[in-house]
Design a protein around this ligand. Structure first.
Ligand SMILES: *Cc1c(COP(=O)(O)O)cnc(C)c1O
Length: 405
């Protein structure tokens, strides 16, 4: 089991680069350029310096005492929520914008769903003085308004996309269309481990800083450099890929990934691609896709805008199919409850995406005192309204001390 794709970008039968003729040169140029650049000493120096001084890395590995007692394990939280801009996304955008500059590109485009990747992209474009245009479904523009305002303040142009369901999948299609029109000067910063080769590999490598830090942080805290169990949520799969990257070949480590069940995997209202998907092609890669019998992409449903994607990165499709990772579907109500639980027990309000990983704790049989690392991919400030609107799902935590004010 390996974290690297073959030379054509395949992880087993998944991956590859299925792109229109007009992008062929762009994609092959990138395939040839990316490894020599990101493995160069100069790139690594610039990237590490920005991660440290700008993003605020290393992120803490925090021992969650109360949650550990509750679940009968030793639970450590990897705090990606403490990164600049509030999630893991910036690990990737910093790396890709440096790559774009080294390739002589001057214009950046990106897709975004909840707006987290859009904000992280607009942020690094402000930092590097690059032109920035973001594609975002009109539905998401309306429901994630604060992030739209952040992107605009950062100097980016936000294009509301009105095709299809007007969400992430449509924004991605539109970004690819724009790239087709401006292949010369434009670099497309993909936000997750998806898209045509080499994007899944680029994004996984940029996020692999998470497990690189885990190795020495675990050594410091537990006396060995690996956990018994890793847990992360998956949308396209980038925070999960980063969390597991340096442990994929280490069979001592159990890996559990939480995907968004929505109303339930049987309900038809779900984003649980690895439970419900079948093999197909989406946004340039062969992977598992939620699709109708005649190959039309189905709409994904989940309370979490960041997990709202009908596909999954090819690395994860392969790891799940081979049994290396165990994929759990977590429904909306379970995620909301878990978000409240972490808030009340540890004083950390997680992103609703990350709350899906927290909810997985209830579904995993732990041995006493096993070392568990769970990645908190982002902070929940953006989700306050959703949490408050769904207090009825929060059980004992849904009753607040002060209700009238
Ligand atoms: C975007 C996002 C996700 C989902 O994306 P992945 O590529 O699967 O990591 C998860 N958590 C947060 C906080 C996000 O912003």
């Amino acid at each position: 089991m390996t974290n690297n794709p073959d030379k054509n970008g395949f992880y087993g039968q998944f991956g590859g680069a299925y792109v229109p003729e007009i992008l062929y040169k762009c994609v092959t140029d990138l395939q040839e350029a990316y490894l020599p650049i990101i493995e160069s000493k100069l790139f690594q120096q610039e990237y590490s310096a920005l991660l440290k001084d700008y993003v605020g890395r290393p992120t803490p590995l925090y021992y969650a005492r109360r949650m550990s007692e509750k679940y009968g394990c030793r639970l450590y939280l990897k705090r990606e929520d403490l990164n600049h801009t509030g999630a893991h996304k910036i690990n990737n955008t910093i790396g890709q914008v440096l790559l774009a500059r080294k390739m002589g590109k001057t214009r950046i485009i990106a897709e975004t769903g909840a707006g987290q990747h859009g904000v992280a992209t607009a942020t690094v474009c402000a930092l590097m003085d690059m032109e920035c245009e973001i594609f975002m479904g009109k539905t998401d523009v309306e429901r994630q308004h604060t992030n739209v305002e952040r992107m605009r303040m950062l100097g980016a142009e936000v294009h509301p996309v009105t095709t299809g369901n007007m969400t992430l999948s449509d924004a991605t299609s539109e970004a690819i269309r724009d790239w087709c029109c401006h292949p010369q000067d434009t670099f497309y910063i993909v936000g997750s481990t998806m898209g045509p080769h080499p994007y899944p590999d680029i994004v996984a490598k940029m996020q692999s800083i998470i497990s690189k830090e885990l190795k020495w942080q675990l050594m410091e805290k537990t006396g060995r450099d690996y956990p018994d169990c890793l847990i992360a949520c998956v949308g396209g799969g980038s925070n999960a890929a980063g969390t597991i990257y340096h442990y994929i070949a280490d069979e001592r480590v159990n890996i559990y990934l939480a995907e968004a069940g929505g109303h339930g995997v049987e309900s038809g209202y779900t984003a649980a691609t690895m439970h419900c998907g079948t093999e197909g092609i989406i946004h340039g890669a062969r992977t598992l896709v939620m699709q109708t019998d005649d190959g039309q992409i189905k709409e994904a449903f989940t309370i979490s805008a960041g997990l709202d994607y009908p596909g999954i990165g090819p690395l994860h499709a392969q790891l799940a199919q081979s049994g290396r990772t165990k994929v759990l579907a977590v429904n909306d109500d379970e995620a909301i409850l878990a978000g409240y639980e972490l808030t009340r027990m540890e004083g950390i309000i997680p992103a609703i995406e990350s709350a899906h990983a927290i909810a997985a704790l209830k579904k995993i049989p732990f041995r006493k005192d096993e070392v568990v690392v769970l990645t908190v991919s982002g902070r929940g400030d953006k989700d306050l309204k959703t949490y408050l609107d769904h207090r009825d799902m929060a059980g004992e935590y849904g009753h607040f001390q002060t209700d009238a004010y």
